[in-house]
Design a protein around this ligand. Structure first.
Ligand code: F6R
Ligand code: MG
Ligand code: MG
Length: 375
């Protein structure tokens, strides 16, 4: 049976009013290019979204993960948007995430973020794509632990016999570029030992233990590791399959109810709460201290290789429920509180992360003035 692949490829290639949001012409150009690809049968369906200053392409196809044509299509779209719109209009940080010049078959390591999931469609296959702005892949660690390993979040881990068998977490060591596979519930404490160190260990994939069925896939790009300096936040994406032997949509969303602190926010250098927002209500306009960091949730059915939404391919805006007003209020309170600490840790991120900003220059300047204390 032909498998379906969902590829989510995103980039910040310029925005309006600083790092706030893209120009609508950029979204239109992406739609036009993806429509051509669909009409020529290269891809099955697509959806173009934006969150904060990022544009994301959700593409379904049958070419598998890491496919050079699909990656090339996305890369060329971001290039064309930069050349035809961002640069001529002098948009802010035009082409920011396109860190390399020559495309060599895969966008990984070139700047854009990517999450992909290939699977055999079930009788009915609900999926959710999450996209965050002003944060890094570290943002998903606690969320994915809650969804797939914490029975106080996901009742199905206790109640549904399929979920009860647990999940296999693929954890990536971002510094070494290596992956370790850990099985929950048996290795839960080992998993937590690693993923508690959010800047180094991030969850890249999750499989259902009973049959190795792919359950979730997250982007792991760290722009600062590619560029060797701070160029903007990674703003990760996440694909999660739901229902019938996977966590229910409501269990998946519950993990976002109490906003947790994630690295990013202003100048990529502060901890702030991850606020769940609606994309329809334009809650994704970044304003307070360039944030706070936020996340949108788009829900579809995947049917015969294509995205089916509320109207055509328009996804359900899953954080557009009054229940999330309370989470947003809580996030606002946490954000205001964190700002009372200014540049003092733990409001500001760890010094190793600031290596990519001005801290090394300050240390260099003061080097000669550090003296041994007088006896
Ligand atoms: C965060 C982000 C912004 C900028 C900040 C300064 O991801 O992109 O918070 O870091 O607005 O931007 P520049 O240095 O471009 O003035
Ligand atoms: Mg930006
Ligand atoms: Mg961004």
């Amino acid at each position: 049976m032909v498998k379906t692949t969902i590829s989510v490829i995103k980039a910040d290639v310029g925005s309006i009013a600083g790092h706030t949001c893209p120009n609508v012409k950029m979204i239109e150009l992406a739609r036009e290019k993806l429509s051509e690809a669909r009409d020529s049968r290269m891809i099955k369906s697509f959806y173009v979204y934006s969150i904060g200053d990022d544009i994301g392409l959700v593409i379904t196809h049958d070419r598998g993960e890491d496919n050079p044509e699909i990656h090339g299509l996305a890369w060329n779209i971001f290039k064309e948007i930069t050349e035809k719109i961002s640069k001529p209009l002098k948009l802010y940080a035009a082409g920011q995430d396109l860190l390399k010049d020559a495309f060599s078959g895969n966008v990984k390591g070139m700047g854009p973020g990517v999450a992909e999931l290939e699977f055999e469609e079930r009788g009915s296959d609900p999926v959710i794509v999450f996209a965050a702005d002003k944060t890094s892949p570290a943002a998903w660690n606690l969320i994915l632990y809650r969804i797939f390993a914490d029975p106080s979040n996901t009742a199905g881990l206790v109640i549904d016999p399929v979920l009860h068998d647990g999940f296999i977490f693929e954890v990536m060591d971002l510094k070494e570029g290596k992956i370790v596979r850990l099985k929950t519930p048996e290795e839960t404490y080992d998993l937590l030992s690693l993923i508690g160190t959010i800047n180094r260990y991030v969850i890249s994939k999750i499989y259902r233990a009973r049959d190795n069925e792919p359950a979730a896939s997250a982007s792991t790009t760290r722009l600062s590791y590619i560029a060797g300096k701070y160029v903007g936040k990674d703003d990760p994406v996440l694909i999660v399959r739901a229902q019938s032997g996977f966590p229910a949509v409501g269990e998946i969303l519950s993990a976002f109810a109490i906003p947790h602190l994630v690295p990013g926010w202003m100048r990529g250098s502060h901890y702030g709460p991850l606020m769940p927002v609606s994309f329809k209500k334009k809650h994704n306009i970044i304003s307070y201290f360039d944030g706070p960091p936020r996340v949108i949730a788009m829900g579809w059915q995947v049917s015969n290789g294509a995205l089916v939404g509320v109207e055509d391919n328009e996804p359900v805006d899953l954080f557009d429920d009054p229940v999330w007003d309370y989470s947003r209020e809580l996030a606002t309170k946490i954000a205001f509180y964190m700002r009372t600490m200014g540049e003092i840790m733990p409001a500001r991120i760890e010094s190793e992360e600031l290596e990519y900003t001005s801290l090394p220059k300050v240390l260099e300047k003061l080097k000669e003035r550090f003296l041994a204390p007088e006896k």
